[in-house]
Every structure is written in structure tokens, then in C-alpha cells.
Design a protein around this ligand. Structure first.
Ligand code: BGC
Length: 271
């Protein structure tokens, strides 16, 4: 069995959806540092995606940016075709793209509901389906990886912690938990591994209001036993491990990278 090395992903080709910013950008950098070639998928911010590609290249990595809306079947199929035409195949999908459209439940519009479901859940389905098709077509290449392919779904602690005021988002992440597990069970015999990462509070744009003032950050830290807000690279490192052969016996599971947020939120020993 292969042992874990700094270049654990050498020879592998990865696609990271929503890769141009936030957690996705850190995942792109981390996979590239571990030796993978990386597609940085983006929806609208081309400059940001191209800039990240340049930075990865400057560090000696290989990357390219591809635009696609993960909630659109034709876009997803075009993106996979472009990647496979250019690099030959794909070994790692990090289905990371996700959005929040928050509203009190009685004010939530059908648009807010649908947008979150379309990106956070349908986007996972469309991307994972293309990846599984390609993994099955190619099969295992033992010199590259023990598995035919790896899918990593970016979920959230809100796949198990209810989230008042964010019913659409929590419903999408709760749905993603069973999507991930059922898919893992279905494709395991094809040597495809499917896992999720559930980040807690990570310092990115999606939750800027929760950390941008000292008061807000102090409130947030009360929910995090480890007493720090997460860094996007905390998640990048987990993604590298889940994508590598070091986790070859791990499938259908979720890694909570949350500084302990899921450990009985709210409880704090005095002093
Ligand atoms: C949300 C963040 C939030 C975190 C912890 C994430 O899924 O996107 O906005 O800070 O969960 O509650």
C-alpha cells in the first residue's frame, strides 16, 4: 500500500466547483500543492479564477479555470467535456459550490428556496453524475490511485445542527448527507469513494457578518470549543487527505472540521 507523502496526489486530476474563492480556493491550492492538476470552476468571477490559476502556476502547480453554473446540466456536461478533452480524465471531484439565501421562514421566497436547492443539492447531483460516468469508463489505474475516483462533497455542520433562519440551507445540507451516503453505498464496488467535509465557521465571505466585528466574533467563538474561527486551509488539508490513497478505506463518511462546534453547541464549562 502506498504511504502518505507530501506529493500524495501526483498524477491526479481534480475539479473543484466554486473554486475561485473562499473554501474552494483553499482546496484548489492544497490539492495543487499535493501534486494534483486542478480545474478551478467559477460561476461569474473570471478575474478571480484566473488570478488563482496564476498563483498556483507561480508555485509550480498546474491549473486551469473553467466557467460553469453547477445547477445547469448543459454547463456541467460542457465543463467535464472540456476538462477531459484537455487533461484526459478526472480522478478527484470536490463538489464545493454552495450558497446561502437567508430569510425568516415566513418571508422566504420560492426563489430563495429554489436557488439554494439548485446549487447546493442539484449541483452536487449533476457534477457527481458526470464524475461517476468518467470514473466507470476509465476504471482503476493502480499507478495513479487505488480508487477509480474520489468524490468529496462540501457540506456543513448544518447537515446535523438545525439552523433557524436558514431553513433552505440546512435542508440542502441535510439532504446532501443522505445523497453522499447513498451514492457511496451504490458506487463502492466500482472503487469509487464518496465522502463529505462539514466545515464549521470558516473565515470566508459567506459568513462575513459573523466575524467582521470583534463583538460578532466573540459571539461566534462561544459556539466553538477550540476558540478560533476556521481558516479555509483547515478544510484544504482535509480535502487532500480524503482525495489521497491514505484514506482508501474511508467511504460514506463525513469529517466535521469545525473546532468542535458539533460537540453539544452552547455548552461551556465555567472559568
Ligand atoms: C455556513 C456559515 C456558518 C457556519 C457555522 C456554514 O455552513 O455557511 O455561514 O458560519 O456554517 O454556522
Amino acid at each position: 500500500m502506498r504511504v502518505y507523502r507530501a506529493d500524495a496526489l501526483r498524477g491526479q486530476r481534480a475539479l473543484v466547483t466554486g473554486g475561485s474563492s473562499g473554501i474552494g480556493a483553499a482546496v484548489c491550492r492544497a490539492l495543487a500543492m499535493a501534486g494534483a492538476r486542478v480545474v478551478v470552476n467559477y460561476l461569474s468571477n473570471r478575474d478571480e479564477a484566473e488570478q488563482l490559476v496564476k498563483e498556483i502556476q507561480a508555485d509550480g502547480g498546474e491549473a486551469m479555470a473553467i466557467q460553469a453554473d453547477v445547477s445547469q446540466e448543459a454547463d456541467v456536461q460542457r465543463m467535464f467535456r472540456q476538462m477531459i478533452d484537455t487533461w484526459g480524465s478526472i480522478e478527484i471531484l470536490v463538489a464545493n459550490a454552495g450558497i446561502q439565501r437567508d430569510a425568516a421562514f415566513h418571508h422566504m421566497s420560492l426563489d430563495q428556496w429554489n436557488m439554494v436547492m439548485n446549487v447546493n443539492l442539484t449541483g452536487q447531483f449533476l457534477c457527481a453524475r458526470e464524475a461517476v460516468r468518467e470514473f466507470n469508463r476509465r476504471g482503476v489505474i493502480p499507478e495513479v490511485s487505488c480508487a477509480a475516483g474520489k468524490i468529496i462533497s462540501m457540506s456543513s455542520v448544518h447537515d446535523i445542527i438545525p439552523w433557524a433562519g436558514h431553513v433552505n440551507y440546512a435542508a440542502s445540507k441535510g439532504g446532501l448527507l443522505m445523497f453522499m451516503k447513498s451514492l457511496a453505498q451504490e458506487v463502492a464496488r466500482h472503487k469509487i469513494r464518496v465522502n463529505a467535509i462539514s466545515p464549521g465557521a470558516i473565515r470566508t465571505e459567506i459568513n462575513r457578518s459573523a466575524w467582521e466585528t470583534p463583538e460578532a466574533e466573540a459571539d461566534l467563538l462561544r459556539l466553538i470549543p477550540y476558540e478560533r474561527v476556521g481558516d479555509p486551509m483547515d478544510i484544504g488539508h482535509v480535502a487532500v487527505w480524503l482525495a489521497s490513497d491514505a484514506s482508501d478505506y474511508v467511504t460514506g463518511t463525513t469529517i466535521y472540521a469545525d473546532g468542535g462546534m458539533t460537540l453539544y453547541p452552547g455548552f461551556r464549562e465555567g472559568g
